[in-house]
Design a protein around this ligand. Structure first.
Ligand code: SF4
Ligand code: SF4
Length: 119
């Protein structure tokens, strides 16, 4: 699964710096796939759309922070547990039951975002 932020978010911003994929954005903030990742050029996202990784995308929420599903790996490949869940003071970072992903697919997403690790 990826992680989502519920309406209980108090907009404290504590989660943003913890995300290894730059998947968390403030409400009304435009996002891009390339920010905080190594993705470049035209890529297909989970919705099936082709987008320019470096282009600015419409904010998914206006009033609270949001997580870009295509950038969230549940911290797999970086940490043992989702860092946003760990730091959120009101526990509003939760598993998104509608977007279930296996550990294998989360690792593939991490590779998609950052490339192969250096040897
Ligand atoms: Fe970022 Fe990890 Fe939270 Fe996903 S679970 S949004 S990768 S900090
Ligand atoms: Fe919202 Fe929690 Fe992130 Fe603070 S840490 S901005 S309350 S999701």
């Amino acid at each position: 699964m990826s992680i989502k932020i519920t309406n209980e978010c108090i907009n404290c911003g504590a989660c943003v710096a913890e995300c290894p994929n730059h998947a968390i954005y403030e409400g009304s903030e435009e996002w891009s796939l390339s920010e905080g990742t190594n993705i470049k050029g035209i890529v297909k996202i989970s919705s099936g759309l082709l987008i320019d990784a470096e282009s600015s995308q419409t904010p998914e929420k206006r009033d609270i922070y949001f997580i870009v599903r295509d950038k969230c790996t549940e911290c797999v490949g970086f940490y043992d547990e989702p860092q946003c869940m760990s730091v959120c003071p009101v526990d509003c970072c939760v598993l998104d039951e509608e977007n279930v992903e296996s550990k294998k697919s989360l690792l593939e997403k991490k590779k998609f975002l950052h490339g192969e690790p250096p040897i």
